[in-house]
Design a protein around this ligand. Structure first.
Ligand code: S3P
Length: 428
């Protein structure tokens, strides 16, 4: 699908972004392990999170949908059953990595596969520590790539220092550790998103977080509960940057999750001169939520590196758009993880913004940009099949001279199916 976008007038009004993808995945997977009935309100109905739902259904969990709410009826962790077919994780790295951790400790056989992008993404980061816990997992290229075959068995808790900050790996190990023999201790080099820790604690698991160390003691049953999924800051980010860049904009974004481990984008934009007010802060189920008021502002260049990177890893493509239109030089480094996302996001954003006239220079672990407020010209660009690249290019297109055609615009269905409709409504 192609989308043609012209320069826009101000972004105005009040919106809610798509429901949080990371929290929705975890809510459906963890609730499926709790005996009884769980309710998830405002569950993200998008391709990625529906992949997690269909995997849990194949393992015997009863999941019904009523509008944006899910009702989950489960026999508990020990009630999961061997799936009759390959589990299809679609495009979702979170589904595949979390499911691998969970299934490594279930007493049956599972095969996990995904689309072309997912089957090209690295899995050693999760299979290796799981194997150290005693797991039996096979995959292409010595276990490095999916499809993965998992023969579940009882595991031993380990102490594991993660070489890269990854919430997916951390969550996989926590799932594997739920009924392992002994404690599972994970040490992160930098803090990655902590929704799994929050949710497991809310469901009664014996989990303790001390700085960068997480300790899970096995043996406690998870309790069925009710979750309310907040708006996804990673989806809101496109509108936050859009409203910051298009002069005269004023946008209210309601009920957005601003968990510290996710909100690096707000800090960076404010540092760049952005006008973002955080209002009505509250805490729901261990997750901080707020309303954001964003007005257009003149941005200047900045440097993004170090331990803030995992706190805004998914927002770097849209941050590149803000940097392109900010005055002066911006540099992103230490973000080589972007090369193993749904596509190589460093290569993709550099090539596509380059086509629109941005002075952007690719490096191994990031890029540098010589920004200027009027540097963008419409062109034919492509999403590389990546939802966040498609949505970032759309915001660039709103600020570009002439017309931009985005190829592969359907990719937004992975995390934000209503994106095009909402963008049109906001720019009116
Ligand atoms: C996610 C964690 C991040 C992020 C991904 C979602 C999650 O990946 O990029 O979009 O829900 O746990 P890593 O854990 O690999 O850094």
């Amino acid at each position: 699908m192609q989308k043609v976008i012209k320069r826009s007038g101000p972004l105005k009004g009040e919106i809610t972004a798509a429901a949080d993808k990371s929290i929705s995945h975890r809510a459906v997977i963890f609730s499926s392990l709790a005996r009884g009935e769980s309710i998830i309100r405002n569950f993200l109905q998008a391709a990625d999170t529906l992949s997690s739902c269909s995997c849990m259904r194949q393992l015997g969990v009863n999941i019904t949908r009523d509008g944006s709410n899910l009702k989950i009826n489960s026999q508990g962790l020990n009630g999961l059953k061997e799936a009759p077919d390959v589990l299809d994780c679609g495009n979702s790295g979170t589904t595949m990595r979390l499911m691998t951790g969970l299934l490594a400790a279930r007493p049956f056989f599972t095969v996990l596969s995904g689309d072309e992008s997912l089957n090209g993404r690295p899995m050693k980061r999760v299979t290796q520590p799981l194997q150290a816990m005693g797991a039996k997992i096979w995959g292409r290229k010595e276990g490095a790539y999916p499809p993965l075959a998992v023969k579940g068995k009882e595991l031993e808790g380990i102490k594991y220092s993660m070489p890269v900050a990854s919430a997916q790996v951390k969550s996989a190990l926590l799932l594997a550790g739920l009924n392992a023999r002994g404690d599972t201790v994970i040490i992160e080099p930098e803090r990655s998103r902590d929704h799994s820790e929050n949710m497991l604690a809310a469901m009664g698991a014996d989990i303790e977080v001390n700085g960068h160390e997480i300790r899970l003691k096995p043996g406690r049953d998870l309790q069925a509960t009710e979750f309310l999924v907040p708006g996804d800051i990673s989806s809101a980010a496109f509108f936050i940057v859009g409203a910051s860049l298009v002069s005269g904009s004023e946008l209210l974004l309601k009920d957005i999750g601003i968990n510290f481990t996710r909100s690096g984008i707000i800090e960076v934009l404010i540092n760049m001169g952005g006008n973002i007010k955080i209002e009505n802060r509250r805490n729901i189920g261990g997750e901080e939520i707020a309303d954001l008021v964003v007005k257009s502002a003149e941005l200047h260049g900045t440097r993004v590196e170090g331990d803030i990177i995992p706190r805004l890893i998914d927002e770097i493509p849209i941050l590149a758009v803000a940097m392109a239109l900010a005055k002066g030089e911006s540099i992103v480094s230490g973000a080589s993880e972007l090369r193993v996302k749904e596509t190589d996001r460093i290569a993709a954003i550099c090539s596509e913004l380059g086509k629109m006239g941005v002075k952007i220079q690719e490096s191994e672990d990031g890029f540098s940009i010589q920004g200027s407020p009027d540097c963008l010209t419409g062109n034919k660009v492509k999403s590389h099949g990546d939802h966040r690249i498609a949505m970032s290019l759309a915001i660039a297109a709103l600020c570009a001279e002439g017309e931009t055609t985005i190829d592969g615009a359907e990719a937004v269905s992975i995390s934000f199916p209503e994106y095009w409709e909402l963008l049109e409504k906001t720019c009116r």
